[in-house]
Ligand binder design. Structure first.
Ligand code: GUN
Ligand code: FE
Length: 421
């Protein structure tokens, strides 16, 4: 048994809108698991191995619950088109290149390193439809210290000439991939990934729904991101009153499902998400870049829908999740303006909760630095950020760090109880 004490200023979000700030506090770890957060080191741990981060701030690391790993290659490009044109012009071409495993290795290694450097330790990622490159992504995430889920994308229609698989290929490759991937890695596991309703035949959706139920697998996809997409789904599934039903009728809409965007989800669709325990991955930077709209996030939270945050690279151009947290705050303020000052906006504490605890719970974690959880944390050195004349409180420094910190300010990263940076 190894006990370790980590000292510094501790800030975490144990509930939506609630920040706990502990100046000069400590976290006690027992074999990488949190034994407790304390103001003073308890007597029985006085002689334990201690790491003192002094004046630095220790906060939870981030969870990115929706991103497209191959699109890292096109980060910051193709930002002048709405969703469906953007997919056909840039995105499918970019993903097609991941047939080449050497190229995939190079891109995925760089991506994994950058995510850890930015303080993201939990991730739910789309790969491309290529099985071998998907295994490479899982391996690079595992080696870099990331934890979470990766999905081989399923898409057997409406994806142009460059990026196609037949229904039969999609099913066969998925089974082969699950055989290879299910027990290969300690921290990175498979998630079923129908890209979205327009690119998946009914036969493929039925197959994936059955597989999800039989093997109790999690599922990720896209929902109600863009109005043209929604109209298209209505044409493809005239029997469904709403988009979500095109997933629900195949068993792909339950408490192991994370749906990205939900920008245009009305009260009925939101109620379906709540009643089915579906998780929402809110991707504010993507929603603005692709001119999709502003998601009713505050409303969802109020109604009891489980909301998390995603970078959605490369629809989103921000990989660093602290930047996505601030993008969520800005988007919520635009929503407030749009709704004639009736919707509340997200406070820093609330948005930080969504980017840390909110997402971490999808991976089975508790609230904030919860006892019994493996430590997922970052250590922030804000000494080089601009200094006002008056000495800032730890709470003020925390807020500014969320807005301004960059990779170099994150001096240590813990993931699943291990130090990985
Ligand atoms: N819907 C289907 N595929 C995609 C994708 O790659 N990005 C986004 N933002 N939405 C999608
Ligand atoms: Fe996406």
């Amino acid at each position: 048994m190894t006990v370790q004490v980590i000292k510094g200023h501790i800030v975490h979000a144990p509930a939506f809108g609630k920040l706990d700030v502990l100046e000069n506090g400590c976290i006690v770890l027992d074999n990488g698991k949190i034994a407790g957060v304390f103001q003073d080191v308890p007597e029985q741990y006085k002689n334990a191995l201690t790491v003192d981060y002094g004046d630095r701030i220790i906060m939870p690391s981030f969870a990115d619950t929706h991103m497209h790993a191959p699109q890292y290659a096109m980060l910051g490009m193709g930002m002048d088109l709405p969703l469906l044109d953007w997919l056909n012009t840039y995105t499918f071409n970019t993903e097609a290149a991941f047939k080449d495993t050497a190229y995939a290795r190079e891109v995925y290694r760089a991506l994994a390193r950058e995510m850890i450097a930015d303080g993201t330790t939990r991730v739910c990622a789309f790969s491309s439809l290529h099985r071998e490159s998907t295994m490479i992504l899982m391996e690079e995430f595992e080696n870099a210290g990331l934890t979470g889920y990766v999905g081989k994308v399923n898409m057997d229609r409406n994806s142009g000439d460059v990026l196609t698989e037949t229904t039969e290929e999609s099913m066969r490759e998925t089974m082969l991939w699950l055989d290879e991937a299910s027990d290969r890695f300690d921290h990175v596991k498979p998630i079923l990934t129908p890209r979205f309703t327009p690119t998946c035949t009914n036969e493929l959706m039925a197959f994936l729904g059955k597989l999800a139920a039989e093997r109790k697998l999690p599922v990720q996809s896209h929902l109600s991101e863009n109005t043209s997409e929604i109209a298209w789904v209505k044409e493809l599934h005239p029997d469904c009153a709403q988009y979500w039903e095109s997933y629900a009728k195949y068993g792909l809409f339950n408490d192991r499902t994370v749906m990205a965007h939900c920008v245009h989800s009305d009260a009925r669709e939101r109620k379906a998400m709540k009643d089915n325990g579906v998780w929402v991955a809110h991707c504010p930077d993507s929603n603005v870049n692709l001119i999709s709209g502003t998601a009713p996030v505050r409303q969802m939270v109020k109604e009891g829908v489980r909301v998390t945050l995603g970078s959605d690279i490369a629809g989103g151009a921000l990989l660093a999740m602290n930047k996505v947290v601030t993008a969520a705050i800005r988007a919520s303020k635009v929503k407030r303006i749009e709704t004639n000052w009736t919707d509340d906006f997200l406070t820093v504490a609330e948005a930080f909760y969504l980017g840390t605890t909110g997402g971490a719970k999808f991976f089975g974690a508790g609230e904030g630095f919860a006892a019994g959880d493996e430590l997922h944390a970052i250590v922030v050195d804000d000494a080089d950020l601009p200094k006002p004349a008056k000495k800032l409180s730890v709470a003020e420094r925390f807020e500014r760090a969320v807005y301004l910190m960059d990779k170099h300010n994150i001096t240590a990263v813990y993931s699943a109880g291990r130090q990985v940076k």
